[in-house]
Design a binder for this molecule. Structure first.
Ligand SMILES: O=C(O)c1cc(=O)[nH]c(=O)n1[C@@H]1O[C@H](COP(=O)(O)O)[C@@H](O)[C@H]1O
Length: 292
């Protein structure tokens, strides 16, 4: 396998060139209706193609939410495959939001699905859940290193229910979330030593306010921090420095419905993404000088 350049380096370059915004491709049934589309494979295809056409040549990352495609069965997956290929061809990095997590031997099959270059769903990175134990993710972490792809591990999720697991305190006094972030920092150590951004990211909700600190979590992991929750879940770009502090420059903020609700007009989708990107840039710049 000829590996791609490591994901972290590719992502940092895309963030520098296009700004750090990630837009989700989340074809909710309600959005299909709002766009005047049918809740079927034709509607799914039209919606997805429109988002890719509008944004893949300008945002750093597109994040298709796999569930919205899986609900249409094999034909939905075919639409997803096409979206991944088209978005990558137009220059966006594709983060597959599949939130997979299983015992290690099964995890290897999930990893191959998204991170093996020969797979029809090959993506630049995938979201995974570490709540079968961080070590269960090893096949994905290793395949990512081999294929130049990335992995985003759920650490502090944007939903209020996450705290009962993620803020739980272990026997050694650390919270579960802080432990996941420590694992990721260790995973990124070699790239950090070389002055590069690592390929192992964490998901930390933009909605958390001060509660990331309350979980005793050091958010700097020398890798990217995916921050969902801006727009429909109530967070704004101005929350990013408050939640992330000095780590804000490693943040990839995600907006899904906040942008998608402006479709199906391509110009309106672009304008909305540009507005969020501008607000993010303003918030990051106001937070202080770049460390790199
Ligand atoms: O991993 C994710 O992307 C994710 C993690 C998390 O903690 N919270 C969260 O909202 N997400 C995803 O981010 C997207 C947020 O969508 P909007 O609320 O419409 O902007 C959805 O696709 C969620 O599945």
């Amino acid at each position: 396998m000829t590996p791609l350049e490591p994901f972290g380096a590719r992502l940092r370059r895309a963030m520098d060139e296009r700004g750090p915004l990630c837009v989700g491709i989340d074809p909710h049934a309600s959005l299909l209706a709002d766009w005047g589309l049918s809740d079927d494979i034709a509607g799914l295809e039209r919606f997805t193609h429109t988002v890719v056409e509008a944004l893949a040549d300008r945002v750093a990352v597109l994040k298709p939410q796999s569930a919205f495609f899986e609900r249409f069965g094999s034909r939905g997956i075919a639409v997803l495959e096409r979206a991944v290929a088209d978005a990558r061809a137009a220059g966006a990095l594709v983060l597959m939001d599949a939130k997979r997590g299983d015992i290690g031997s099964t995890m290897a099959a999930y990893a191959a699905t998204y991170l093996a270059p020969s797979s029809p769903l090959f993506s630049d990175a995938v979201t995974v859940s570490p709540y079968l134990g961080y070590g269960s993710l090893r096949p994905a972490l290793d395949l990512a290193r081999e294929s130049g792809t990335g992995v985003f591990v759920l650490a502090l999720t944007s939903n209020p229910e996450g705290a009962e697991v993620q803020h739980a305190v272990r026997a050694d006094g650390a919270t579960v979330a802080a432990t996941m972030l420590d694992h990721l920092r260790a995973e990124n150590a070699a790239e950090a030593a070389a002055g590069a951004m690592g390929s192992y990211g964490a998901v930390v909700g933009a909605t958390l306010g001060g509660s990331a600190g309350a979980a005793g979590a050091e958010l700097s992991i020398d890798g990217p921090l995916l921050a969902p929750g801006i727009g429909a879940q109530g967070a704004t770009a101005a929350d990013l420095p408050k939640v992330f502090g000095a780590a804000v420059r490693d943040v990839v903020p995600n907006v899904s419905r906040g942008v998608l609700r402006h479709g199906p007009d391509v110009a309106a989708l672009r304008e909305s993404a540009a507005r969020f990107a501008g607000e993010v840039q303003e918030a990051v710049t106001a937070s202080g000088p770049a460390a790199h």
